[in-house]
Structures are given as structure tokens and as C-alpha cells.
Design a protein around this ligand. Sequence first.
Ligand SMILES: *Cc1c(COP(=O)(O)O)cnc(C)c1O
Length: 224
Amino acid sequence: MAISESLQAVKLRIAAACVAAGRAPDAVRLLTVSKTFPAEAVREAFAAGACAFGENYVQEGLAKVDALADLRDQIEWHLIGPLQSNKTRPVAEAFDWVHSVDRLKVAQRLSEQRPAALAPLNICLQINVSGEATKSGLAVADVAALAHQVAALPRLKLRGLMAVPEPGPGALAQHQAMAALFRALQGDGLALDTLSLGMSADLEDAVQAGSTMVRVGSAIFGAR
Ligand SMILES: *Cc1c(COP(=O)(O)O)cnc(C)c1O
């Protein structure tokens, strides 16, 4: 299937999931995950109407931001993969969003290194909602404290939470737990607007639970 067709099919899935959940059809943004696919595939998806792209690996993402410099004003670049504190500077300089912050040190460095000429860097805190030992992200119990610390950093804008629930019978409950945590932080006075939840295989569960941004790669670009 051409990228334009699979992109359209994913948009229809999102819209149908919104209707099924009684949510407005535009309540959920699509982040097109382009990791491992070349800059030319991103260009094709952009021409078909995608304008926000997610990358997992810092070097690969930076190379694509460069290769698509002519579209820089029209594309939002999101880092969704793990970020080590010694790699923060180029990320602070080149990306619009980071979804994978799970430590204060990384957030502090991103804030210090965000160029003054750019808008504040948009941040989501990554939560290890399944509790799997091998997965990155904060424990649920530690989220509120870090959220308040990150919200106070001057060159960052805390937008919300991100998670990768474990596939299987417990998945919907994990999506719902993330939505509950998101609402609790909003109730705690944090002005959050982004729940980054749902991928190719589970976007319907995520939308049902309350996701506001699904991150979809293989359903658009094909298998990696
Ligand atoms: C790869 C990846 C995605 C997209 O996954 P697909 O199954 O290809 O849709 C979303 N989020 C994160 C954090 C990823 O690493």
C-alpha cells in the first residue's frame, strides 16, 4: 500500500475510535513514527498530509531533521526514544518535543540547553505503566514529584505523559491507568494537554481510554 493510502487508513481508524468512544473526531492527534525509514519516506508522508514525526534514535532523527531542512517550519519533530543525559544538547537544539523524559537531570539539561531563540521545548514524562523491569520510564509513584519539578523549568513546557503499555489482556487497564494518572495531575494544578498513548496495534484501546496523541509507525510505513 502507498504511504498516502495507509496514512488515510490510520486516520480513519483514529476517527472511528473517537466516534466509538463518544469523543470529538479531532480530539486525538496523529504522530507519524518514522524511525528506521528514510527521509524520502518522511517527505512522502508529509506530502500526503502528515506534519508531526516521531524518531527513536537521536543520531537518526538529527540526520532526518537535516535532510528535510527545507520543511523545517512545517514539520514538528518529536523524540520518542530513550535519551541519555550526554546527548541532550543536539536534541534541545533540533527537536520540538521530547516524550521520553524520566529523570530530572535530563530535563534540567534540556532546559539549560534549549536555545533562547526557540520556543520552549515540549515535554512528556515517560511512565513505565506495565512495571516491566526492562522498560524505561518512571514508576507511577514518582510521577507527581517529577512533573512539578519539570513544570518549573524555564525553557521547557510540560505537556503531559507518555507510555508504552504491555500488549495482552491487561493492556486496556494500563491505558486506563495512564488516563487516570493524567487527570490526577491536571487536578493537581498542572496544565497538561497531551496523553501520548497508543501505537499501530493498540490505538483503539488508547483512544477509548483518553489518549490525545497516538504514535503510529508500522501501520503507515510498513513493517520494520
Ligand atoms: C516504534 C514506536 C512507536 C510506533 O510503533 P508501531 O508499532 O510501529 O506503530 C510508538 N512509540 C514508541 C515509543 C516507539 O518506539
